[in-house]
Design a protein around this ligand. Structure first.
Ligand code: HEC
Length: 104
């Protein structure tokens, strides 16, 4: 009996670790995409980047995923922002949102 509870706990532990790792790699992909798209020409994160657009360091505390995905599609309509829509695959945009949401 003790053993089976132990195994269940180990299984739960491993799946949580799995989710953690999947999330970490999503954030890494988003960071790479952010660099590829040169977002830092206009935005600062943690003190690095340009000042044309707002500092995105705390963006994860100000915005949520749904807002970001809508914003990427049409910055002008969503925030009246003078910024080009962000073009990319669903996976790339989703990873980009995960990366920005990790900036708290
Ligand atoms: C040519 C400059 C420029 C580039 C390049 C650029 N942005 Fe922006 N961005 C802006 C400006 C300007 C604003 C909004 C200013 C305003 O509020 O009117 C903005 C706003 C934003 C906001 C909204 C912030 C908020 O909370 O209101 C996000 C998120 C954002 N940009 C993400 C990105 C990402 C991700 C990239 C790269 C794919 C990117 N930007 C590339 C200029 C730029």
């Amino acid at each position: 009996m003790k053993n089976s509870i132990g195994s269940v706990l180990v299984c739960v532990g491993i799946s949580l670790l799995g989710i953690g790792l999947a999330e970490a790699s999503e954030i890494e992909k988003g960071k790479a995409f952010y660099e590829e798209k040169r977002c830092s020409l206009c935005h600062m994160i943690a003190g690095k980047g340009g000042q044309v657009g707002p500092d995105l360091s705390g963006i994860g505390s100000r915005r949520d995923r749904a807002w970001l995905l809508k914003f990427f599609d049409n910055p002008k309509k969503v925030a009246n922002a003078n910024m080009m829509p962000v073009k990319g695959s669903t996976e790339e945009l989703s990873a980009l949102a995960a990366y920005l949401l990790s900036q708290k």
